[in-house]
Design a protein around this ligand. Structure first.
Ligand code: CUK
Ligand code: CUA
Length: 641
């Protein structure tokens, strides 16, 4: 996204400069003019709860942040494609395997698009999925524990961008490649891209019972860039839509190359048809190396399985399953309205929004209204699928969400605004500025058949003068608008962790009921659990020392450990014996090359310490757990070998 918009950014920066000379005062004025009811609308009194959860992607931090709406309060940062010293994710032995890939341990990624699981087209609040762009992965976060419980790597893919959107019964979570790459990967001249690079669209099946992810098939598409995607719903359930750009198949995307074509495509994929084909033994089993990492809630530990094969489907294998709908000027966002009838393509270099009709698309397919084909995939006539367009709505359209009341809201990056327009009549109803350069926006449930159209959250790329400065790097930010009336009303700016790329929102009431409060100690199947103080022990095995340790207010057992030698590899397997809600303990060891461990009641975590020097070395509890927290400590004596 950053690269795509480099030149657009230049225009934006220019317009920012102009606006700060010209009408900076009036902007301030308009902020001052915010109605006093705006404050009331976002005020959540101490002890009161927010109405919505917003899961805001951490973009290049690889995390997922949980905010309350309307307050904008930050509740939790969930590490996904990152290590996190606060939670020891990626540091303790239990969660390290979550970050394994076929390229090794990759403790970072670029996460863009969270999407919440659905049943019958409505948010069910079981999981939130999010993509890692860089080393292509899809993660699943369990919304009973707010922990990352599964990560699957996507082979043959690069820049996993048009992801991770789910079908209306969470049959599939989809991963579309931004970059086309040689398939299979090989050493070849880059300028032989055209016709030789392929774009993989990956359909990951989600088990309806336990939510386990598994790559069902991968479609090897022509070598375009696949930007964003959305599932059909209602009548269009069974289809998936992907925007493409660079249908020229240029190997360098200097704009002159990539935007020659007046129209690129929205690819319409009948995944049900392809699923049936694969279920009947269709497709080619091909070698592919990828990691599948699962965190098991019973053993409280993750394992990595290296997979070596997937099913590849070529578009020509399944005639009638894939079509292209021409869409002007490098369509970026691809959004399907709650009824499933309208597919909005935002040509980011176009002066209008293009809306395709699903029913017209089906009719055009029946009547074979084709305009040739691309690599054997029929291209539908532009006019034949067109439902309408929103004329001159703004500059640089990116993404659209829906309020469930017949209105759509589209972000405009260059003109820095959210524009409200009406489905069916395509008339613009309202527009409000954003501060500044908005990317995505989010309405809770806006990706489902049942949006909760009370608020829209705008996620901005630039904040400039909105906050007190924090050096050259200023905060990232989101803005909340009330959309319950005809006109939008800006209610709140709030800073976020970097980068607030996209978000998924859900009524708090759906999640609160299922939120897990305690891991029951007696149910723990952790390999190194110590269920009582009496079972605490130190076991030597060659040069490995395993300490089975417990913690409870306010001491460790054992707390004085002798018999360790320089050169040993010391495993601390630490169990929190507490069974009261919200009483974690922590542990940290001087000189251990890891983070502290924050251990929830009933859980066991492990870290490794390799003492290099003789002496008596302390460890202590890192989480303020009781009045005697500061007494919660111990020593390890290290003797010469
Ligand atoms: S993409 Cu960047 S604003 Cu990654 Cu969702 Cu459109
Ligand atoms: Cu246990 Cu502080």
């Amino acid at each position: 996204m950053k690269t795509i918009f480099k030149s657009l950014l230049a225009i934006t920066v220019l317009s920012l400069v102009l606006s700060s000379c010209g009408n900076g005062g009036s902007e301030k004025g308009s902020q001052g003019a915010l109605s006093s009811s705006a404050a009331e609308k976002v005020y959540v009194a101490p002890g009161e709860h927010d109405e919505f959860y917003a899961f805001v992607s951490g973009g290049f931090s690889g995390q997922l942040a949980v905010y309350g709406l309307p307050s904008g309060r930050l509740f939790k940062v969930i590490p996904v494609f990152s290590v996190d010293a606060e939670k020891a994710y990626g540091f303790n032995e239990e969660t390290k395997p979550m970050l394994n890939t076929s390229h090794g341990f990759i403790p970072w990624d670029d996460s863009h698009h969270p999407d919440i699981s659905q049943t019958a087209g409505e948010l069910d609040g079981r999981y939130v999925f999010i993509n890692g762009n860089n080393t292509p992965r899809i993660a699943k976060i369990d919304l009973t524990t707010f922990e990352t419980t599964e990560i699957i790597e996507i082979p043959n893919s690069a820049g996993n961008h048009s992801s991770s959107f789910v079908t209306e019964n969470t049959e599939y979570v989809v991963a579309g490649t931004r970059f086309s790459v040689p398939y299979p990967q090989k050493d070849m001249p880059i300028d032989e891209y055209k016709g030789n690079f392929k774009g993989a669209l990956t359909f990951i099946a989600v088990d309806p019972k336990d939510g386990a992810m598994d790559i069902k098939f991968q479609i090897m598409m022509p070598g375009f860039n696949y930007d964003l995607s959305h599932p059909g719903r209602g009548d269009s359930h069974g289809w998936f839509f992907f925007t493409t750009y660079n249908t020229e198949e240029a190997n360098s995307l200097l704009e002159v190359n990539a935007s020659q074509n007046d129209k690129d495509f929205i690819a319409a994929i009948n995944w049900k048809k392809i699923e049936e084909y694969v279920n009947n033994g269709g497709g080619t089993k091909a070698p592919a190396k990828y990691a599948h990492n699962v965190y098991d809630e019973e053993t409280h530990a993750a394992t990595t399985t290296m997979k070596d094969e997937i099913v590849i489907v070529n578009p020509s294998d399944v005639p009638g399953a894939i079509y292209f709908m021409p869409t002007p000027k490098s369509p970026h966002g691809c959004d399907v309205d709650p009824s499933g009838e309208y597919i909005v393509g935002s040509g980011k270099l176009a002066a209008e929004l293009t809306i395709h009709s699903f029913s017209k698309m089906i009719k055009a397919i029946d009547e074979k209204k084709f305009d040739g084909d691309a690599y054997g995939i029929p291209i539908l006539q532009y006019e034949a699928t067109l439902a309408g367009s929103v004329k001159q709505p703004g500059l640089g359209p990116l993404h659209t969400e829906f309020d469930g009341k017949g209105n759509a809201y589209t972000t405009f990056f260059i003109s820095s605004e959210v524009v409200k327009w009406k489905l069916g009549t395509w008339e613009v109803i309202d527009r409000k500025p954003t501060y500044y350069s908005v990317g995505h926006l989010m309405i809770p449930g806006g990706n489902s058949r049942k949006p909760f159209g009370k608020y829209v959250l705008a996620m901005n790329k630039i904040t400039k003068d909105r906050y007190i400065p924090t050096g050259p790097e200023v905060t990232q930010s989101a803005q909340l608008y009330d959309i319950s009336g005809d006109k939008m009303e800006l209610l709140l700016d709030f800073p976020t962790i970097g980068e607030p790329h996209y978000a998924a929102g859900i009524p708090a009431s759906i999640l609160e009921a299922n939120s897990k409060k305690i891991f029951k100690l007696e149910e723990s199947k952790h390999k190194y659990v110590t269920k009582s103080e009496a079972e605490a022990k130190v076991v030597r095995d060659g040069n490995e020392v395993h300490i089975y340790m417990t913690m409870i207010r306010s001491h460790f057992a054992p707390d004085n450990i002798e018999g360790v030698q320089v050169g040993d590899k010391v495993y601390f397997h630490v169990t929190n014996l507490e069974q009261d809600y919200d009483v974690p303990h922590g542990i940290a060891m001087i000189g251990a090359n890891t983070s502290e461990l924050l251990i929830m009641p009933g859980q066991t975590e492990t870290f490794i310490w390799e003492p290099k020097q003789i002496g008596v070395w302390p460890f202590y509890c890192t989480d303020f757990c009781s009045a005697l927290h500061q007494e919660m400590q111990g020593y390890v004596r290290v003797s010469p070998k």
